[in-house]
Write a protein that binds this ligand. Structure first.
Ligand code: AMP
Length: 119
């Protein structure tokens, strides 16, 4: 499967992955794209996103665990390139957990001392 197959035409992050919608891209390869969140919650707030569509991180873990490992590695690289290498990596799964875009994305937060207020 190619990086841009399995796209959903009505999905915001599929549209960013294929370049139909602009984003502040910080890093990408054939499989993964990382871009700045439009509503940052920390000095560094980047979304790490597989280019192929998966609804959430559980689907990625079950279908392609190596892709999940790639997302973690990507987050680490983003945090080293944009900040001090320390980071929090969050996947919201489901509306009650705060998920609002149903194309899997990990939030990479850092660049400052982080608090802990998940609820
Ligand atoms: P979640 O609530 O976990 O699904 O996270 C979705 C994130 O996507 C939020 O933090 C939004 O601020 C962010 N977001 C929504 N639209 C865009 C966009 N066009 N470019 C960058 N980030 C976006």
């Amino acid at each position: 499967m190619t990086a841009t197959s399995n796209q959903h035409s009505d999905c915001l992050f599929c549209s960013i992955a294929t370049g139909k919608i602009d984003a502040d891209i910080v890093k990408q390869n054939d499989d993964v794209i990382a871009f700045r969140d439009i509503n940052p919650q920390a000095e560094m707030h980047v979304l790490v996103v597989p280019k192929r569509h998966f609804g959430d991180v559980v689907h990625v873990a079950k279908a392609e665990p190596e892709l999940l490992a790639q997302l973690v590695t990507f987050a680490d690289e983003v945090a080293s390139e944009l900040a001090d290498g320390q980071f929090r990596f969050i996947f919201n799964c489901g509306p009650n957990a705060g998920q609002s875009v149903f194309h899997v994305h990990g939030h990479v937060l850092g660049g400052q001392r982080l608090g802990w207020t998940p609820a």
